[in-house]
Design a protein around this ligand. Structure first.
Ligand SMILES: Nc1nc2c(ncn2[C@@H]2O[C@H](COP(=O)(O)OP(=O)(O)OP(=O)(O)O)[C@@H](O)[C@H]2O)c(=O)[nH]1
Ligand SMILES: [K+]
Ligand SMILES: [Mg+2]
Length: 550
């Protein structure tokens, strides 16, 4: 056992050297499990470690403004600026009534509240002081000016509090992205997606996040990526054991085959993640909806209906819309970028010709194409069962996934009643009388939600999820249906992970060292998503899975 440990540790050092990405310390004590303290970049310089301060709420008149101070001297900031009745050191995490005073003159600047977050249980993992003062320009600038008098304090740069949270291991990259997306979110769908990635709330309240033991993780994206990486490392650990000890001695037989098997499953899991029609990325940036159709079908009327204002020009003249008109809207909580386009028809007018060309391009670029067809333009077949004949101009552009709105139902002749036009992703309205518009909007929003957010995923995890992680996932309620990949960056790394796993699967069992190298790169690729890479995991998995040198 001793020999095995020594060897494995030696190998870990080698791995650490090879990866040379993330320096890390392993803190061990007699009674506790080894804890990893991850440092993702070289240690912060003195300037970077300075105590920083900033106004964390928007400037201007309001009830409350929050000035945040973070860094090693935060406690000193408290003693110089915060005057409470007890006039002693703060009780951590407890809001206290106080006066904020000037550190040199003692002048009272404002009356408010203050709270001290003791490291590492703070957002930045450093000591943090928050001053909750009245929000007024003069008050805020006097407090910021007072802070600037302290020699160890400097104003924070953009995003610097979050950067420190990342350096401190409080957030990984997916959570940093999630946090930014959360602040930027404009629709319900975006908010939920971002919240899931950010995992804020619980995370602030808990100590340094430890994947193995922590049940409070809400950064579900982080958990999912971590799960993938753990699985790759599990395969790698098996290969490492074979390299170190060789089959037949202390290791059971068939280990190599098992690793291959697991790697194969893992590859198809990642591939199924990649085949998500870019739902997460699209939901984040907005679904591109292109409205198209023959002239005068009511396309611009539809855009105005969506926007609830006269955004586009509507006239009885066919060919009114020339250029593309784009609006960002919230439809059922989904961010949608709606484009109104020129009516499609053969034309010799050079301006209209360009408009038609642009319309075709917009249809190609759309995530959803919505064709507006005027009931007037439908081929007036006699029988009630006559199949719908679309106008010639749009016929070729209508595919299985095209949404269709039959408009101008007020002009429908009795021969072709509405039921003849019904079908999935087909609606009938009169934008003039308002008939059917409420039903259309509700059903259309539902279709969007189904397609972009609440759609059941077509894949399931083929790998075993440890119980604690399963908790974190199921606790979120929607892990099976919420998009997994939300940034193009995630996709790039997952694709390269698949390539490396393929590389491993293609190596022969005689080249086991090469194969292990491929897996190590695969783990590293997935680790890049979260920005957390360490090789100590290999050792953990090794000792968990094998009974070496019994
Ligand atoms: N009767 C009736 N008229 C409608 C309806 N919806 C729109 N219209 C009218 O149809 C005409 C054309 O509407 P638009 O919204 O400009 O049609 P469009 O498809 O944008 O037309 P182009 O931009 O020229 O291609 C306008 O006079 C509208 O008032 C409807 O449901 N019923
Ligand atoms: K028109
Ligand atoms: Mg128009």
């Amino acid at each position: 056992m001793q020999r095995a440990l020594a060897k494995a540790v030696q190998r870990s050092r080698h791995d650490q050297h090879c990866l040379a990405i993330a320096p890390f310390f392993v803190v061990r004590s007699a009674h506790t499990e080894p804890k990893r303290v991850r440092l993702l970049h070289p240690a912060l310089s003195d300037a970077q470690r300075a105590t920083i301060y900033a106004l964390s709420t928007p400037p201007g008149k309001a009830g409350v403004a929050v000035v945040r101070v973070s860094g090693p001297n935060a406690i000193d900031v408290w003693s110089k600026l915060v005057k409470t009745r007890k006039r002693q050191l703060p009780e951590p995490w407890k809001m206290e009534r106080c006066q904020v005073v000037h550190p040199e003159t003692g002048e009272i600047l404002d009356d408010g509240l203050a709270v001290f977050f003791k490291a590492p249980r703070s957002f930045t993992t450093e000591d943090v002081v928050e001053l909750h003062i009245h929000s007024g320009r003069a008050i805020i600038s006097s407090v910021l000016a007072a802070l600037s008098r302290l020699p160890y304090c400097r104003p924070a740069e953009a995003g610097e509090f979050t950067r420190r949270a990342f350096h401190g291991g409080r957030l990984d990259l997916t959570q940093v992205e999630g946090l930014k997306d959360l602040v930027d979110a404009e629709t319900e769908g975006q908010r939920r997606l971002a919240l899931r990635a950010a995992g804020v709330g619980e995370i602030y309240a808990c100590r340094r996040v430890d994947y193995e033991s922590h049940k409070n993780i809400k950064g579900a994206t982080r958990v999912q990526f971590e799960q993938l990486r753990t699985e790759i490392i599990g395969c790698l650990a098996k290969l490492e054991a074979l390299i170190d000890f060789g089959e037949g001695e202390d290791i059971e037989e068939g280990v190599y085959e098992e690793a291959r098997d697991r790697a194969f499953k893992l590859k198809s899991t990642i591939q199924s993640y990649l085949q998500d029609s870019r739902r997460g990325e699209i939901l984040r940036s907005g679904v591109r909806l292109t409205i198209f159709g023959a002239p005068n079908a009511g396309k611009s009327s539809l855009l105005n209906f969506f926007a609830q204002r006269e955004a586009a020009i509507v006239t009885p003249v066919p060919g009114t819309t020339r250029d593309i008109l784009e609006l960002s809207l919230d439809i059922g909580g989904i961010p949608v970028i709606v484009s109104d386009t020129a009516g499609l028809r053969k034309t010799v007018d050079p301006v209209e010709l360009i408009g038609v060309e642009r319309a075709r391009k917009a249809i190609d670029a759309a995530d959803i194409a919505l064709c507006v067809v005027s009931c007037e333009d439908l081929d007036r077949g006699d029988g009630e069962d006559c199949p719908v004949e679309f106008p010639e101009a749009v016929r070729a552009l209508i595919g299985d996934d095209t949404f269709i709105l039959f408009n101008k139902s007020d002009l429908l002749t009795t021969k072709r009643d509405k039921s003849n036009l019904a079908g999935p992703h087909r609606w009938t309205t009169s934008l003039k009388t308002g008939d059917g518009t409420t039903e259309f909007l509700a059903s259309f929003a539902k279709a969007l939600q189904k397609k972009w957010e609440l759609l059941q995923t077509s894949f399931t995890l083929s790998i075993d999820i440890p119980r604690n992680l399963r908790y974190a996932l199921s606790d979120n309620g929607d892990s099976g249906s919420t998009p997994f990949i939300t940034h193009a960056r995630h996709r790039v790394h997952l694709k390269s992970a698949v390539q490396f796993i393929d590389g491993f699967l293609a190596t022969s069992p005689d080249d086991i060292v090469l194969g292990a190298e491929e897996l190590r790169y695969a783990a590293r690729a997935v680790g890049k998503v979260s920005g957390l890479i360490d090789v100590e995991d290999v050792l953990d998995a090794l000792f968990k899975d094998f009974c070496i040198g019994k």
